[in-house]
Design a protein around this ligand. Structure first.
Ligand code: GTB
Length: 217
């Protein structure tokens, strides 16, 4: 049996690849494994059958035999550890690649999410317009640090790894904001990630089911 992941029945982003199943699809494509997708509605995500897989009622999940995982960090790490292609063999290089996965999820993604979600959550408050530039600055600060580390390198630490896969996935969320324009090396890094054939396959697969408006649920 091939592993099965879950994804939105129809992503609210209409196929822009921003829902987190895309990074899992990308990891599976990088290691060249077949997989199946079970699409779930927002309603089904909160039902006991899905909650048994994902205690927070979200996507994506990953099932392989009697193993069920949630959290994209854990899922991508699991895939990378079981198949060659996403983690270096050298133990120290491997540990550093995993460090970059954590950095993407714990250090770079949170300020990006705060910036992205604030307009949805408190966009009607009079102080929201003052808050957004402050949140932009928090993102800018992290991007400046990441940009300084990357410099003219192709990837974060030697060859492409699960750390890059996660960092590019996180940075993709900035595509609708102007901030990335300030960091040409990060923009080019993102473009390199998106150009990878495995990413292209993952993106195309999610686009196939997500293009168009999401159904009312
Ligand atoms: N930390 C978890 C992980 O990394 O796996 C976060 C999982 C998560 O946030 N899942 C979201 C979800 O299931 C989908 S990806 N949300 C439904 C819910 O909580 O009820 C987040 C997401 C959703 C939609 C867009 N979009 O439309 O642009 C982008 C990202």
């Amino acid at each position: 049996m091939n592993p099965t992941i879950t994804a939105f029945e129809r992503s609210p982003d209409g196929g822009r690849g921003l829902a987190r199943d895309t990074r899992v699809r990308w990891a599976i494509e990088e290691v060249g494994q077949p997989y199946a997708v079970r699409r779930v509605s927002f309603k089904a995500m909160k039902q006991p059958a899905h909650l048994a897989l994902h205690p927070f009622g979200q996507i994506p999940t990953f099932e392989d035999g009697d193993l069920a995982l949630f959290e994209t960090g854990a899922i991508v790490l699991h895939i990378a550890e079981r198949h060659p292609g996403l983690l270096p063999k050298d133990p120290n290089a491997r540990a550093r690649a995993i460090t970059w996965m954590f950095a993407a999820l714990n250090t770079v993604e949170p300020p990006i999410l705060d910036r992205e979600q604030t307009p949805y959550v408190v966009g009607d408050k009079p102080w929201c317009a003052e808050l957004l530039p402050l949140l932009d600055d928090r993102v800018r600060h992290r991007l400046r640090q990441l940009s300084a580390h990357l410099g003219h390198s192709e990837w974060l630490d030697g060859a492409f790894s699960a750390g890059d896969l996660m960092m590019v996935s996180v940075l993709l969320r900035l595509k609708s904001l102007a901030l990335l324009e300030e960091f040409p090396n990060l923009k080019a890094y993102l473009a390199r990630g998106e150009a990878r054939p495995a990413y292209q396959r993952a993106f195309a697969a999610q686009l196939l089911v997500n293009a168009g408006k999401p159904p009312a649920d």
